[in-house]
Design a protein around this ligand. Structure first.
Ligand code: ADP
Ligand code: MG
Ligand code: ZN
Length: 472
């Protein structure tokens, strides 16, 4: 039987405002070649200078991945000739990257797997080529934007492992605020390397599947590759070391180019940039920007707060939801209850209103207030949706909305008792039926009381009072 080995090379665009070695804005979507300068266009004689924020983000990710952090890292030139790289080399890190020898834990169907990280290095992205007919167009807006590459050891075994890794990693960088994690737009890209071999024989000859733009497709591409390589070896043939592309229309990988010899990039230290030695202030800031990572959070939500798997998964997908959840609990909200609100009505209302949580006017104080209003019986559970909708649209506190809309339920016992008595006195037949064992008719009496109260009585309380009055 064969065993499989998978190693990932993940590239993320760091959320820096400017490019990594010049002052050009790193913003997306501008007209082609408007965010360029002599440095990122590779004019002779210009000097690159490292972006301090990119360095910080690189160390933050390397630290989160439990790497040994370099105390003196520098950049190397990686040479290759291609029109999207005007200098004919890319400034990258090879000999002494930001981080090495780390690990990252992932959860595959409840099993925690530890994946070793080979290294984390900072580099510049290339420009973008657009091919149309016999013409190729070049847009250098992306040239020189900060790219962080994370290389794993070949510790992943299945396509599912790889998918779980990407999802967990994506969550992590989003929680750390260093990347938006958008795979479709290319902010997070993944090349997947895979080989198979007979058990006990170590790594096989690998193929690399490039440019896959979703975690699910990475899984499918790898599953396809593992089967394909199995067929090749089964026939007694050799797997070719090659780069392949995933064809999501036909669910197959296809050869792009063979890569028999290792590329000679002629790496050498970038002579135009001094080594970077993080000082204590730099490291203190890196430290201050670390947070509890999503996997640890999820486990805490499950084990300490007893949330459901679905609720925990939902919350950790988004740092803002986690923050809102934790802040609301800190105000005294019951974790289970608060998480139910967030996964249910809050999420639902945001979707309906097409508003992001950050812009929604929903705060921990307001969410807590809303939960309390329902809990204490002031607001009917059914009306809470409407209140939430108004919090989002009108930016007002729930209590204010409840007052303005006249949503308060009647809490006054003597008033409720009056209506209950009235309902009983007016409907002797119904009472007879109920006392004869027909409990369904009770809801008719509840309805009567609700009518008297113009919908402002708490149906639960009314039911209780009726039951008591009728000796049920
Ligand atoms: P290359 O020089 O072809 O880029 P690297 O040694 O840099 O290869 O490794 C790139 C990625 O491929 C890493 O994630 C590594 O874990 C993985 N990898 C390397 N060799 C194998 C192999 N034989 N089978 C599966 N994955 C591998
Ligand atoms: Mg490589
Ligand atoms: Zn520039």
């Amino acid at each position: 039987m064969y065993q499989s080995f998978i190693g990932l090379e993940i590239h993320i665009h760091l959320l820096t405002k400017t490019k990594v070695f010049c002052g050009c804005t790193a913003e997306f979507g501008a007209p082609p070649n408007t965010h360029v300068c002599p440095v990122c266009l590779g004019y002779p004689g210009v000097l690159p200078a490292a972006n301090a924020e990119a360095m910080k983000m690189a160390y933050i990710v390397a630290k989160a991945l439990n790497c040994d952090l370099s105390s003196k890292c520098y950049f190397d030139r990686k040479h290759y000739y291609y029109p999207d790289m005007t200098k004919n080399y890319q400034i990258s890190q090879f000999h002494d990257p930001v981080g090495r020898n780390g690990y990252f834990d992932i959860d595959v169907d409840g099993d925690i797997k530890r994946i070793r990280i080979h290294d984390v290095h900072l580099e510049e992205d290339a420009g973008k080529m657009i091919h149309s007919g016999r013409t190729s167009l070049l847009d250098y807006n992306r040239a020189g934007t900060s790219l962080l590459e994370i290389v794993t050891e070949p510790d992943l075994v299945t396509g599912k492992d790889a998918e779980a890794f990407i999802r967990e990693f994506r969550r992590m960088v989003r929680h750390l605020g260093v990347c938006d994690g958008n795979m479709e737009e290319g902010s997070l890209r993944c090349d997947a390397n895979v080989s198979i071999n007979l058990k006990g024989q170590g790594l096989g000859t690998k193929t690399e599947v490039k440019n896959v733009n979703s975690a699910r497709f990475v899984r499918k591409a790898l599953e396809f590759e593992i089967k394909r390589q199995g067929r090749v070896l089964g026939k007694g043939d050799k797997v070719l070391q090659e780069t392949r592309l995933w064809d999501s229309d036909n669910n197959v990988t296809a050869s792009m180019r063979t890569k028999e010899k290792a590329h000679d990039y002629r790496y050498f230290p970038e002579p135009d940039m001094p080594p970077f030695c993080p000082d204590e202030f730099f490291m203190a800031e890196v430290e201050s920007r670390m947070r509890e990572l999503p996997l640890a959070k999820k486990q805490r939500y499950l084990n300490e707060l007893q949330l459901s798997v679905d609720a925990a998964e939902f919350l950790v997908e988004d740092r803002l939801f986690c923050d809102l959840f934790e802040e609301t609990c800190a105000l005294g909200g019951d974790p289970k209850q608060v998480s139910n609100w967030l996964c249910g009505d809050v999420q639902g209302q945001l979707k309906r209103a097409e508003v992001e949580l950050a812009q929604s006017h929903i705060t921990a104080a307001r969410l807590n207030e809303l939960v309390q209003l329902v809990d204490s019986g002031v607001l009917q559970r059914g009306k809470a949706k409407e209140v939430l909708e108004l919090v989002i649209s009108d930016d007002k506190d729930p209590a204010v909305i409840v007052k303005e809309k006249g949503f308060e339920q009647v809490q006054d016992d003597s008033q409720l008792d009056g209506w209950v008595t009235q309902a009983i006195d007016n409907n002797p037949q119904a009472v007879e039926q109920i006392q004869g064992g027909n409990r369904k008719t009770l809801s008719f009496l509840v309805g009567q009381v609700m009518r008297f109260s113009k919908g402002k009585a708490d149906p639960k309380k009314v039911t209780e009072k009726l039951e008591q009055a009728l000796g049920l």
